[in-house]
Design a protein around this ligand. Structure first.
Ligand SMILES: Cc1ncc(COP(=O)(O)O)c(C=O)c1O
Length: 379
């Protein structure tokens, strides 16, 4: 337990909530959680699933209909051939991360991953007595892990590489060539490539390269939380190499038995064309917010060293504005100006004290209000 740190953004959310309860008008840009409600089609399908009595355990890999719906969706949306048999439904992307860690990492072994990166990853590995082998990544690499850097950090105990594309906290993605080079490195070293594609459908320009089009041997996780706006439903999935599925099913049976069954039936409705049209519209709105915030933050003096191509984050350098540690800076913004953002320390230690993450998971009007307050402070 001493090695497991709290998920600080949740603590920040709590403090922001307290201030709000005390009457402070807080602009929330701390949580990586869509502000849009779950689609009404999905909510209706959940109610119908309950009425139809879909309330018992499901197979550990998920209901076949949802695995097949995802397979069809990969074909239609991404032109990718991903057989349903390789798709496992999991309790959020988090459940997939736990299964992958348990499957791939023996005690003492490690996975290379970026610092900064999604903070829970290192704790999943710790839980299975493995190690997150953190690689400091910098603006020059768009905060992504490249094959040449991964090679430098590869040790005898390394059994794979984990990347997120687009990533949290930076929203940057790997190019096709970069992904292919990482894949080649993993193959040459007999390691596994794990790709977190949870923000893959929230890419604003050209689609980000999916490793699923390059190999059937990578481990990919994804989720209904972000693009589908279903954080609280706790539903995700993974795509794994065919030969890994029986072991993953065995693990899932023991760890979770199954996912929530009504939730799985509900998610089927997210693939209806009208539902997907709404999600695409929401993506456009995220893109608008991104463009607005990027321009305004730069004008105020934040250093945006790597522009996000997807997700809903901007990772910004504060050194042009303050000498404060980013944790103190975030506290000051929250306590004195009602602006909630996340300090770099939530995502690692490399350059953390000079970076903060803005999540544009709130309306354009609220973002404008935050910008107005920031301008008052700095301009
Ligand atoms: C990069 C990344 N991976 C995984 C997750 C886990 O999400 P969930 O368990 O809600 O699918 C998150 C959540 O913020 C994330 O940002």
């Amino acid at each position: 337990m001493a090695d497991i740190e709290p998920f600080r953004v949740v603590e920040m959310l709590t403090r922001a909530g307290e201030l709000q309860a005390a009457g402070v008008d807080v602009v929330h840009m701390e949580a990586g959680e869509p502000d849009f409600p779950t689609l009404p089609q999905v909510v209706a399908a959940a109610k119908a699933a309950l009425d139809a009595g879909h309330t018992s355990y499901s197979p550990a890999a998920g209901i076949p209909q949802l695995r097949e719906a995802l397979s069809r969706w990969y074909r239609q949306q991404h032109n990718l051939d991903v057989p349903a048999e390789r798709i496992m439904i999991t309790p959020g992307g988090s459940g997939a991360l736990l299964l992958m860690s348990a499957l791939l990492v023996n005690p003492g072994q490690g996975i290379l991953m970026t610092d900064p990166g999604y903070p829970c990853n290192r704790h999943f590995l710790r839980l299975v007595e493995g190690r997150a082998q953190l690689v400091p990544v910098s603006p020059a690499q768009r905060f992504q892990l490249t094959a040449s850097v991964a090679e430098q950090y590869w040790r005898d105990s390394t059994v794979g590489v984990m990347v997120a594309s687009p990533s949290n906290p930076t929203g940057t993605a790997l190019t096709t060539d970069e992904m292919q080079a990482l894949l080649a490195l993993c193959q040459a070293r007999g390691g596994n490539l794990i790709v977190d594609e949870i923000y893959q459908d929230l890419v604003f320009g050209d689609a980000a390269a999916s490793v699923l089009g390059m190999t059937d041997q990578a481990f990919v996780l994804n989720s209904f939380s972000k693009y589908f706006g279903m954080t609280g439903w706790r539903l995700g999935w993974m795509v794994a190499p065919e030969q890994a599925i029986p072991a993953l099913e065995k693990l899932a049976q023991n760890l979770f038995i199954s996912m929530s069954t009504p939730t799985q039936y509900a998610a089927l409705a997210a693939f209806e064309p009208e539902a997907l049209a709404v999600l695409e519209q929401r993506k456009k709105e995220y893109a608008q917010r991104r463009n607005y915030l990027l321009k305004e933050l730069r004008a105020i003096g934040f250093g945006i060293e790597a522009e996000p191509v997807g997700a809903f984050y901007i990772y910004a350098n504060i050194r042009g504005l303050t000498q404060l540690d980013s944790k103190d800076f975030c506290l000051q913004l929250l306590e004195e100006h009602g602006i909630a953002i996340t300090p770099g320390a939530d995502f690692g230690s490399h350059l953390a004290s000079e970076h903060v993450r803005f999540a544009f998971t709130t309306s354009l009007e609220k973002l404008q209000e935050a910008v107005r307050r920031l301008r008052e402070m700095f301009c």
